[in-house]
Design a protein around this ligand. Structure first.
Ligand code: UGA
Length: 442
């Protein structure tokens, strides 16, 4: 008999996972405590931008294999495997706030009517699964056996559907053979297609997730530190990264120097790892992560300072800035800890007129930064701009017409804070093209 699956928490991770599980052939119930979200998903609507997900999700909702609701009691009766996909946002001192995990368990476990497996997918501090195991034991009804496993998720926003259906690795933190068996059933299709499986205990599984993100952040801040040196010496960070990347022990990925990392995961996970290691008495061992965070934030500061200097500096900078990009990265409308939006907000706070264009993130960006002006096109954002900032590397910004934009803007300085524009057409159109650690021959 095919296992039945519930997915608890249908935010970014949960909605994608639920649709992915339906695609793998399972009957899936997604549960969210926000009725509006559950209703939208039930109508086949995805409340965030993720290429391919609306089609996948709507198809399985229409086909009847996937449905959404708000009742954990219903989930308790329905499923054999319950995935916990609730958020673990930053709490006190950067430590993860685990309250949503506990309330999900408190709503679910007392209502279980048969033996089942609960699978944690949320990103958590190492040691959380052990604490949750104790809580489950307190909550479980007499005679019902409830197993817990940890199965971290590595999907990237913007590529979430592909990553869910073709995971580059599967990590199963388990304590029983039954849990491993159930997870192998759930992921039989990607395993058959070659996704490697790492079977381990729960603390290792928890730590794999946060260390993966901390390592990616370290790579980005490393190359950004080199970019700082490049700027001081006339060296070129993009060629430096290419040369490093040819060494396959290093690899070229995540050596994109520029404005640094943002989003709902890397910044939060680095800080949560520092907080957890400090709690464990190993703060010194992760001291370097504070530098990773500091280097990252310095990139934003650098762009703000350079822009303010161009606008007269001092206490009263004046002028208009046109900003290209608000999302934390392309192919996403996520503005959580977005470097682009952070720069735009700081310039506005310094007294500058800022107009932003983003191909997908205007609505969420406006909700968190209502003080900014949002334009409907790149050209409108650049209207009479004294300085232009390229802050999120959407593909369509590489296809802009620099000659036309020269007639729209007032000034001629463009800062490519993502190092992804081709300088040549911009220089040819008369722009003063500046980059971040990248050598641009004018
Ligand atoms: C990240 C991880 O890549 C996923 O594996 C993980 O599952 C996810 O976090 C998570 O924990 O949920 P994501 O936040 O979607 O995924 O974004 P990334 O593609 O990792 O990019 C993060 C940030 O780094 C972006 O702001 C991006 O612009 C920046 N970045 C990336 C650089 O500045 N340089 C690079 O070379 C690469």
């Amino acid at each position: 008999m095919m296992l039945r699956i519930s997915v608890i928490g249908t935010g970014y991770l949960g909605a994608t996972h639920a649709a992915g599980m339906a695609e793998l052939g399972f009957e899936v119930l997604g549960v969210d405590n926000n009725p509006a979200k559950a209703a939208a998903l039930s109508a086949g609507q995805v409340p965030f931008h993720e290429p391919g997900l609306p089609e996948l999700l709507a198809g399985h909702v229409a086909g009847g294999r996937l449905r959404f609701g708000t009742s954990l009691v219903e989930a308790a009766e329905f499923a054999d495997v319950h995935f916990l996909c609730v958020g673990t946002p930053p709490g006190v001192n950067g430590a993860a706030d685990l309250s949503q995990l506990y309330s999900a368990l408190e709503g679910l476990v007392p209502h279980l009517t048969r033996n089942c497996l609960i699978v944690g997918k949320s990103t958590v501090p190492v040691g959380t699964a052990e604490a949750l195991t104790a809580r489950i034991a307190e909550l479980a009804p007499e005679g019902i056996s409830v197993d817990l496993a940890w199965n971290p998720e590595f999907l990237r926003e913007g590529h979430a559907v592909y990553d869910t259906l073709h995971p580059n690795r599967l990590v199963f933190g388990v304590t029983t053979p039954d849990a491993e068996w159930a997870l192998r059933q759930v992921y039989a299709t990607p395993i058959a297609a070659g996704s490697p499986v790492v079977i381990t205990n729960m603390p290792t599984a928890e730590l794999i997730k946060v260390s993966a993100n901390a390592f990616l952040a370290t790579k980005i801040s490393f190359i950004n530190a080199m970019a700082e040196l490049c700027d001081l010496t006339g060296a070129d960070v993009t060629l430096l990264a290419d040369a490093l990347g040819h060494d396959d022990r290093i690899g070229r990925k995540f050596l994109g120097a520029g404005l640094g990392y943002g989003g709902g995961c890397l910044p939060k996970d680095v800080r949560a790892l520092i907080a957890r290691a400090t709690e464990l008495g190993a703060g010194e061992s992760v001291e370097f992560l504070r530098d990773i965070d500091a280097i990252n934030l310095r990139r934003r500061e650098r762009v703000v300072e350079e822009t303010l200097a161009l606008l007269g500096g001092g206490h009263r900078p004046s002028g208009r800035v046109g900003v290209l990009g608000a999302a934390f990265k392309p192919l996403s409308d996520d503005v959580r800890d977005s470097p682009a939006l952070d720069v735009a907000r700081r310039l506005h706070a310094a007294g500058v007129d800022v107009t932003v264009f983003d191909p997908a993130a205007t609505v969420p960006a406006r909700a968190v930064a209502p003080q900014l002006v949002f334009a409907a096109t790149a050209a409108a954002a650049l209207h009479e701009a004294d300085v232009v900032l390229h802050l999120t590397e959407w593909r369509e910004f590489r296809e802009l017409d620099p000659a036309f934009l020269r007639t729209v803007a007032r000034g001629r300085v463009l800062i490519d804070a993502r190092n992804t524009l081709d300088p040549e057409p911009w220089l040819a159109a008369g722009w003063d093209f500046r980059a971040m650690g990248r050598l641009v021959e004018s």
